[in-house]
Design a protein around this ligand. Structure first.
Ligand SMILES: Nc1ncnc2c1ncn2[C@@H]1O[C@H](COP(=O)(O)OP(=O)(O)OP(=O)(O)O)[C@@H](O)[C@H]1O
Length: 565
């Protein structure tokens, strides 16, 4: 296997121990020489087989640097070098490899390993060969535009960036232009009009889901405007964005980060910016021929729309407002009447209830629908406008209508609204919760937090769709107490409660679109497959176990190519 052939191998010193170090195209591996020798003679048989072997994928090396020796460090900084104990006069030269190390719960950290040698030329050669391999990773960003929301979450955005993120970018030789936002929509407007996008490989936001949404709207709109694409046309094919988007979580709601990385941790996200990118679907939302917004996670009408509407009046309570509004909305137990029509994703290989979770390298997302399939579906849609061929239509009374374009997992609901929704398969999972008793709805909600199937209720159905439309039964807001007068007082407040015997018909709720309220209840939604790319890799199923991988161990087998001692 030529791919596993060694590019370089040497005996070096690590933490005062002799190690054998080998580099192949895919892996940097090192192993303590003494111990392995002893193991081969029968010693340490009871210990862990791989106790002193280590391996790092080349794709997860952040940087390699020449390490200053103790005297140089002292001469330059005047500091007593901490690591002097590792500098032996016998091995005065060294280089340090920074790489990604996995911790629990999907967290990543940047670890350093320093190798020493008596031979300066050998250290230089290692640095050169590793750098050559890193330069082949052409996807890695070199230049970023960073927007920091200083007001997000606990207002720690700037500090998080300066202390935790900027040092990693600089170690990975990534240059960053930083803009601290001064107002709502500053980032969106800057991207839309001023930003020189040609200069950058990606846009990074430091903040919560609101900041991500600003970047998404700024970037997608800019690309369409620059290319003469009219976003107001529902059927228009949007142009994908070449620039990738990164999220450094610093908000009070960081759901998109959690769903794409598996944790809300700024260091982990910064490392993903350095090494990863993956595609992501975007839904466009229209009201007739007016573009309203883009969505990547949740479009929720009824329950989740009402929770958001209510919580916005309680901003002064901070994140606790979501709990309070959730309880209040649950107790109100409102339902809404309307018609939902949708175009099933017939050619998708997954199903919302197949328990196949979207994980890094997801094969469902990699199975993109062919343009033939999409054209077939478009032709079905054309028929629909005249005769509703190919579209399903459901009219009913709903407590909630949710479209989940990702699992919508968050620390509180680790499974999310639709545990098997996919980030990049060109579909959204449409969940219809019909009018039911309060107790049944509670059972349904509780199942989001345990192992039971939240779709396994007679009043819940879920469909994987490419497009859907919703038309509320009534446009006016009607109050339970006084169907005509109260709207002015209550605004968008819902009215009919399932526990009441009245049947005035229901008024409108509003749509929660990734945490923003849409101004219209009647909407048309289309999923744009893989419209953007994120600096993420999706949640890892389980850390790749490199040490037990035969290919990795092969890197340490006797050399077949360049060996320098
Ligand atoms: N300098 C600023 N001052 C005030 N608001 C800002 C500023 N910069 C950005 N914003 C706005 O703050 C909103 C919330 O930001 P973000 O999502 O980053 O934080 P958050 O704490 O998660 O917020 P929330 O949970 O309230 O959505 C965004 O919609 C953004 O438009």
């Amino acid at each position: 296997m030529d791919q596993q052939a060694r590019l370089l191998s040497s005996q070096l010193v690590h933490k005062r121990r002799q190690v054998e170090v080998a580099l192949t195209c895919g892996v940097l591996a090192w192993r303590e020489i003494e111990r392995s020798a002893r193991r081969s003679c029968g010693f340490l048989n009871n210990g862990p087989k791989t106790a002193s072997s280590h391996a790092v994928q080349v794709g997860e090396i952040v940087a390699v640097l020449k390490t200053k020796n103790a005297d140089e460090d002292y001469a330059e900084t005047g500091r007593s070098p901490k690591k002097a104990k590792h500098h032996s006069p016998l091995y005065p030269f060294a280089f340090t490899v920074s790489y990604i190390r996995r911790r629990r719960q999907h967290q990543w950290r940047c670890r350093d390993v320093t190798f020493h040698s008596a031979n300066e030329g050998l250290c230089d050669q290692w640095i050169q060969v590793i750098n050559e391999q890193l330069s082949l990773l052409t996807d890695r960003p070199k230049s970023l535009l960073v927007y920091i929301n200083p007001c997000a979450g606990k207002q720690r955005g700037k500090r998080i960036y300066e202390r935790k993120v900027a040092p990693l970018f600089s170690r990975a030789c990534i240059s960053a232009d930083v803009i601290v936002t001064e107002r709502v929509n500053h980032a969106r407007d800057h991207l839309n009009t001023e930003a020189n996008l040609d200069k950058y490989d990606g846009i990074v936001c430091v903040g919560g889901d609101g900041m991500f949404s600003e970047i998404l709207h700024g970037l997608v709109t800019r690309i369409q405007t620059d290319n003469g694409v009219d976003q107001n046309q529902q059927d228009v094919k949007l142009l994908p964005c070449g620039l990738r988007i990164g999220i450094i979580p610093a908000g009070s709601t960081d759901c998109i980060c959690f769903a794409t990385v598996g944790t809300n941790d700024p260091v982990t996200s910064a490392l993903h910016v350095i090494v990863d990118s993956q595609p992501m679907d975007v839904c466009s939302v229209h009201h007739d021929d007016v573009f309203l917004r883009y969505s990547v996670s949740l479009l929720g009408y009824g329950f989740y729309g009402d929770v958001l509407t209510d919580s916005q009046k309680k901003r002064y309570l901070g994140p606790a407002r979501y709990d309070l509004s959730g309880v209040k909305t649950f107790l109100s137990h409102n339902y809404y009447e309307g018609t939902i029509s949708f175009l099933l994703a017939e050619n998708n290989i997954g199903d919302p209830r197949d328990k196949l979770q979207c994980r890094s390298g997801c094969h469902v997302c990699q199975h993109k629908p062919s343009s033939k399939d999409v054209q077939w579906e478009m032709s079905q849609e054309t028929s629909d406008k005249d005769g509703r061929v190919g579209w399903s239509v459901i009219r009913g009374k709903f407590i909630a209508i949710n479209a989940a374009s990702m699992s919508c997992a968050c620390p509180r609901s680790p499974k999310g609204l639709s545990p098997s929704a996919h980030l990049a398969d060109g579909t959204t999972d449409l969940i219809l919760v019909r009018k039911c008793s309060r107790l049944d709805f509670l059972r349904h909600l509780v199942r989001h937090t345990n192992k039971e199937d939240q779709f396994d209720h007679s009043f819940v159905e879920v469909h994987r769709v490419r497009r859907f439309c919703f038309q509320p039964q009534r446009h006016e807001v009607v109050s339970l107490e006084d169907p005509i007068e109260s709207p002015k007082k209550t605004g968008f407040r819902p009215v009919c409660s399932a526990q009441t015997t009245c049947d005035y018909g229901t008024s409108c709720s509003s749509w929660n679109c990734d945490g923003e309220i849409l101004p219209r209840a009647a909407i048309q939604v289309s999923v744009h497959c893989q419209l953007i790319r994120l600096f993420a890799r999706g949640i890892e199923q389980q850390p790749p176990c490199l040490l037990e991988d035969q290919c990795t161990l092969a890197a340490l087998e006797p050399s077949r190519r360049r060996s320098v001692d």
